[in-house]
Write a protein that binds this ligand. Structure first.
Ligand code: SF4
Length: 187
């Protein structure tokens, strides 16, 4: 499990593509960009360098990388990283536990969550007295599902209290920390 609290205040909302309007690779009448440069063969070093130079100036580079990782977009250069450079991040993202995303969700924002982050949302919501109805809305699930999640959490917490220090819910487990650059951090 990887965990972090390092992130900007706001993450990209699900389905939000408005950030692409600020992408340096967006071709306009005044600024023609060859999209092919972002899909180089591994030995096309000039193309790779050209694409990376554009990404290096791009104000939405972090968001672009997040979107690629969250969307499983493994093709081409994204967020300044080649397919090969992004490979390990794609493999790790399922284990991300970013508490700023948990906080954003509790605040009502619809951001991408991993399974670990969804568990952390349930725990945080429970501890803050968030109703089952509200939890259902936050996670876009049914009220019955939210009730079940709270029921399971209550059971896990009770078992932990009865059996210290045997079991800690996965949602509370804190694993290795990683640097901010391990993942994109979405704006
Ligand atoms: S980071 Fe690179 S690929 Fe992503 S939007 Fe910006 S210029 Fe395009």
């Amino acid at each position: 499990m990887t965990s972090t609290t390092n992130s900007p205040a706001r993450h990209r909302a699900l389905g939000d593509h408005t950030w692409q309007a600020d992408a340096v690779c967006r071709s306009t009448e005044c600024n023609a960009v060859d999209p092919e440069v972002f899909f180089p063969e591994p030995d096309e070093t000039n193309k790779i360098a050209a694409a990376k130079a554009l990404c290096g100036q791009c104000p939405v580079r972090r968001t672009c990388l997040d979107a690629a990782l969250e969307g499983g977009d493994t093709d081409g250069i994204r967020g300044g990283l080649t397919e090969e450079e992004r490979g390990p991040l794609h493999a790790k993202i399922a284990h991300r536990l970013d508490y700023s995303r948990v906080n954003d969700t509790i605040a009502g924002r619809d951001v991408h969550l991993t399974t670990a982050e969804r568990r952390a949302v349930v725990l945080a919501a429970f501890r803050h007295g968030v109703s089952e109805q509200r939890l259902a809305w936050l996670l876009k699930i049914t009220e019955e599902h939210a009730q079940k999640l709270y029921r399971e959490l209550r059971r896990a917490l009770r078992n932990r209290d009865l059996d210290q220090p045997a079991t800690i819910p996965a949602s509370e487990a804190v694993g290795e920390r990683h640097d901010r650059d391990d993942f994109g951090t979405a704006a």
